[in-house]
Design a protein around this ligand. Structure first.
Ligand code: AMP
Length: 194
């Protein structure tokens, strides 16, 4: 594993602990010799983690769409900044450049990016780990919602279990490094049922 894609808020969140955790995660990535791949902005937790990785002597690769270069303030102090035409290209490039995906706390954009790679894993488009850095229980309501989809018969437990979850950055990186993808085929159960 050489690089980790981190999805995170373009805001700092309501409590200082979110930015503190973003700094801790940035340091843990550098310690593990992993490059950061992220949305390329300077605002919110995105900027905090990128600044930390660069300050610690690590590698940070940003991917930002033209339209957002000014809004999210494209970071000009990164190892690499790729300016791409649109959101689809952004997500594709971030995914192609990364060996694992981690969502830190964030808003709709972060959730959208998380769910895209999570569903791609479920469908077998990639075998890379997908994880939640569950800072201060931020993702507990989402984890409960996913369990509800299993309980109500809309998702298999295997796919919830695919998500790697930890509140501690170093422990989470360890889980990413030891991840092995589930061997089950999402569609087999459906084919069997018809
Ligand atoms: P947010 O979590 O809403 O603060 O957004 C975090 C990041 O997700 C920002 O860099 C947004 O530009 C990005 N984002 C928002 N919507 C999308 C989308 N549909 N596809 C890809 N990235 C998005």
């Amino acid at each position: 594993m050489k690089s980790v894609c981190v999805y995170c808020g373009s805001s700092n969140g309501a409590k200082p602990l979110y930015a503190e955790a973003a700094r801790a995660f940035g340091r843990a990535l550098v310690e593990a010799d992993l490059a950061l791949v992220y949305g390329g902005g300077k605002v919110g937790l995105m900027g905090v983690i990128a600044d930390t990785v660069m300050a610690e002597g690590g590698r940070a690769i940003g991917v930002i769409p033209e339209l957002l270069v000014n809004k999210e303030v494209g970071h000009n102090g990164l190892t690499e900044l790729h300016v791409v035409p649109d959101m689809h290209q952004r997500k594709k490039m971030m995914a192609d450049l990364s060996d694992a995906f981690v969502a830190m706390p964030g808003g709709a954009g972060t959730l959208e990016e998380l769910f895209e790679v999570f569903t791609w894993a479920q469908l077998g488009y990639h075998q890379k780990p997908v994880a939640l850095l569950n800072i201060a229980g931020f993702y507990d309501p989402l984890i409960a919602m996913l369990q509800h989809t299993v309980d109500e018969g809309f998702m298999r437990q295997t796919y919830v279990d695919l998500l790697q979850i930890d509140a501690d950055p170093t422990a989470l990186i360890g889980k990413l490094q030891h991840y092995s993808p589930p061997s089950t085929d999402k569609w087999a159960i459906k084919r069997d049922a018809v």
